[in-house]
Design a protein around this ligand. Sequence first.
Ligand SMILES: Cc1cc2nc3c(=O)[nH]c(=O)nc-3n(C[C@H](O)[C@H](O)[C@H](O)COP(=O)(O)OP(=O)(O)OC[C@H]3O[C@@H](n4cnc5c(N)ncnc54)[C@H](O)[C@@H]3O)c2cc1C
Length: 417
Amino acid sequence: MTKRRSASSEKSTAGPPADKVAVAIVGAGPSGMTMAIALARHGFSVALVAPALPAHDDRTTALLDSSVEMLRALGLWADVEPHTAPLRHMRLIDATGRLLRAPEVVFDASELKLDAFGHNIRNSELNSALAAACGQEASLLRIEDRLAHVETGTDGATLVLESGRQVEARLVIGADGRMSAVRTAAGIAAKSWRYPQSALVLNLEHEVSHHNHSNEFHTPTGPFTLVPLTGRRSSLVCVEQPDEAERLFAMDDETLSLELERRAASILGRMRIAGKRQVYPLGGMTAETVAANRCALVGEAAHAFPPIGAQGLNLGLRDVAALAELLVAARSKGEDIGSDAVLARYERARRPDIASRTTAVDLLNRSLMSDLLPVQALRSVGLYAASRVPPLRRLLMREGIAPMMARPRLMRGLSLS
Ligand SMILES: Cc1cc2nc3c(=O)[nH]c(=O)nc-3n(C[C@H](O)[C@H](O)[C@H](O)COP(=O)(O)OP(=O)(O)OC[C@H]3O[C@@H](n4cnc5c(N)ncnc54)[C@H](O)[C@@H]3O)c2cc1C
């Protein structure tokens, strides 16, 4: 193999023979595991390289309908669903207290003839179900290790792991999160930015049923969003100025519960903090391309943005679905799955969706923070129209779940072959 690029100055040393697979995936978060299962189910030999799962991740993810459709198509939904709460209604409440305020808007999944917009689940439960499914795939080799560096060549790539073990593959998929080592190895630059906000994230038990309503209060510092979990529980993402997020984080459970109940206008009654709290500084990142040098990126390795509007992983799963579809098609035509032509097709397929979602989340977030009257007026008029004009409501709801232009076959419940 002609060596074309090395991610570090280290050289691969002689050792035991390398594992040889068609595709090596780095990262076993939800994007990497779903990618591994989709490819193994379609007959690819796959290595999945990542350290063991963290024992606890109290964050939750709202899987929108198109992602649910994909998990269903892969036969994973039956194991995931019991841990989820359906999101049937979405209420947007203007809590900016400004002169120009938007009317309250409630979207209802039944208007789209759906049972729910999506389903909310704790990441640890989603990851456990996906890890169990990975364990069932005969052509999937799970390697608990970290990537040290990648050497890419004209006909394949060699991954060198921290233990010294090596894996050879036609294609490397970077599902290794925001700080992706695969992205660096492929020589792909990324643009990052920060917002003057942090998110306090935690789960709550509450007295009153959420009735499957997701409640999003729009405040001048960002959204305060309560998303249903199973039972009388909800997850909270409270976007605040960094100092205020730290102040809330430092409160004792009782004081914080009362403060959150006040901010939620008591719609869920008395609240109790359940589990750990976390604070995330808000920022975004976009890779300049999602594929180069025998490497393709999926999930947060390719794009990251604030936890607003439940878009991050749903966008990542669309990467997974699109890449799986392209690879199955390339193989059926006898193409090299890691070739520049296939990678260029993946970039073309994903760029519009990634660019439009990144812009939409950015605009929504900045419109809340803006003190400019014209921006507030535009937001209010937009939400007023959304509350009154049925076709616009349906368009917004449908596009919020997944853009029509970016629904790979798996997200329409179709098989790939
Ligand atoms: C508070 C919060 C709420 C959110 N809510 C939602 C939501 O409701 N809906 C939604 O769609 N999205 C949501 N998101 C976004 C979502 O959580 C992320 O998009 C998603 O977790 C990214 O998954 P991933 O698999 O791409 O990356 P990650 O989950 O970051 O996984 C990366 C993997 O790579 C591994 N790794 C890293 N480096 C290496 C290496 N060198 N070698 C080997 N392995 C490596 C890690 O161990 C890990 O297994 C939210 C995010 C936050 C912060």
